[in-house]
Write a protein that binds this ligand. Sequence first.
Ligand SMILES: [Zn+2]
Length: 391
Amino acid sequence: MISSEFVETIEGKTRLLVPASSLSGKVPPKVPAFFNPSAKLNRDISVLVYKTFVPEIKKNPKTFGDPFGGIGARALRVAVEVPELEQIYINDINTVAIDAAKKAAQINLVTQKCTFTTQDVVGFLTNHDSKNYERFSIVDLDPFGSPSAYVDCLLRSVNKGGMVSITATDTAVLSGVHPQVCMRKYYGKPLNNHYARETALRLIVSLIALIAARLDLVVRPIFVHANLHYLRAYLTVSVSRSEANSVFKDIGYLRDCMNCGNRNAIAEYNKGEPCELCRSIYRFAGYLWITRLFDKDFVKKMSYLLDTDDDVVAQMGGLNKILFTCIDELDDIPFYFLSDEIASRLRTNPNPLQKIIEKLHSIGYRASRTSLDPNGFKTDARIDKILDLLK
Ligand SMILES: [Zn+2]
């Protein structure tokens, strides 16, 4: 029996049983179960990414695993809205949450394809790396805080040619508030900078790539997004010892001059190096991922699906705008500038982003918006050139 503490709500095309307090309170409750209604966009995006990825899955049956499944907000939406995924495994150590998920599965008529468990996360993932259960085609990791403790067993639980999606909510750690914690959890030094969301995402991707390489696996980020409260990355997983040998081609350091705003990426960092513009000592971040974060062809397929497929959730308004920004984004440049940051250096009002980008293009530089910050732009122009151009 589901207690009166739970109420029905609809998200996308899926009916969910959620704690009543989650719809009225400002902070998502943990008791009787966790549910965050404001993460709807996050779940909308995952439905779209998985649906776009399904045709690329070779091995049958096509399966989805959710070790921190909670009341099934993501996994039940996948069961209903990505019908091509044939088996859905929903796990949560909270039995009250799993009871709500079971009941909601009945309401949505997807009980047949859903398997429910109440194991600890490591046990659940390890089970799917054994003779007992097949590995997953897609597996999602959405813990409270850092995902780093689970990345090994996550990667072991996914089929080769499959996908992992990973959320981190320890944004303070990844943004440089606790550098020692970041170093031990992500093997990289963080940096409190103007483009912290991107630095944080790149620390996560680098950790996953390094662990994958240890397992003779290769991961490629195909889509990422972030806001103040969470960071999320989608990566394909394949097996290749030779490519795993090249993992360090994609990993390096960021150098950032706090004094003049100069920033760049390099393969090797030498401590105490001065900025070539103002001779101040660079701050640095890394190891971190310094190459592309998006598979542009994949993002174009997402955008196409959003436009053309009636099955895709109707109310994903605004999402296509994000996707267009990703498609144009210069994601080979691992940092961005903020229009306010430039304005404060020039002691003027911020220029509209479009104007900044057009001016940079007009003198031959590459420039784009970034999906990671509505006030950010990416360019291969150095800070002194940007300031000259906009003053
Ligand atoms: Zn400098």
